[in-house]
Ligand binder design. Structure first.
Ligand code: ADP
Length: 160
């Protein structure tokens, strides 16, 4: 059976931290679906379309990575796509506490789906989308925190 993993997140924007987790996970899974959460209540900086376009650019030569979006429960999205694994990255102990709660709730809702955590490499442990977003909003240069395939000048934030 094909090993399919879902990597869910806001990716607002997608960073080199996210990219590294996916590239490392490619040796574990046959296919990875990057699932962009489209929570209408969440105030995003980049639109759903822009976030998906950025991620597609990063993996345009990688047929085993697919970009999609979802609303509602992550486990429902996994089931709909035949994914048996949820992939998450861990940076800090704060991440761990947060992920533990989500992972255990997901497990109680869908025990057949296994959550797999990859520890970030130390040089990415301080990178998070909130900080990258703040740099962009303040007109700073955030290019070293996003994958080289993403040229931030090509994209506009919703309230830019
Ligand atoms: P969320 O909205 O769920 O916080 P994010 O877009 O921030 O989503 O992150 C999605 C996943 O990527 C999470 O598992 C998060 O821990 C992981 N992640 C984010 N930044 C990094 C990083 N710098 N290194 C490793 N994993 C990361």
């Amino acid at each position: 059976m094909k090993k399919i993993a879902v990597f869910p997140g806001s990716f607002d924007p997608f960073t080199i931290g996210h990219e590294a987790i996916i590239r490392r996970a490619m040796s574990l899974f046959d296919e990875i679906i990057v699932a962009v959460g489209s929570n209408a209540l969440k105030k995003n900086f980049y639109s759903l379309e822009t976030r998906m376009e950025m991620i597609n650019k990063v993996f345009e030569d990688e047929p085993r990575v697919r970009v999609d979006y979802y609303e509602g429960l992550t486990v429902d999205f996994c089931k709909k796509n035949g994914a048996g694994y949820l992939l998450r990255g861990l940076r800090t102990s704060a991440d761990f506490e947060f992920e533990r709660a989500i992972g255990q709730v997901n497990r109680s809702m869908a025990p057949e789906i296994e959550t797999v955590f990859l520890l970030t490499v130390p040089e990415h442990s301080f990178i998070n989308s909130t900080i990258v977003r703040d740099i962009i909003r303040s007109r700073g240069d955030a290019s070293k925190f996003v994958p080289s395939a993403i040229n931030l000048k090509d994209y506009k934030g919703i309230k830019d």
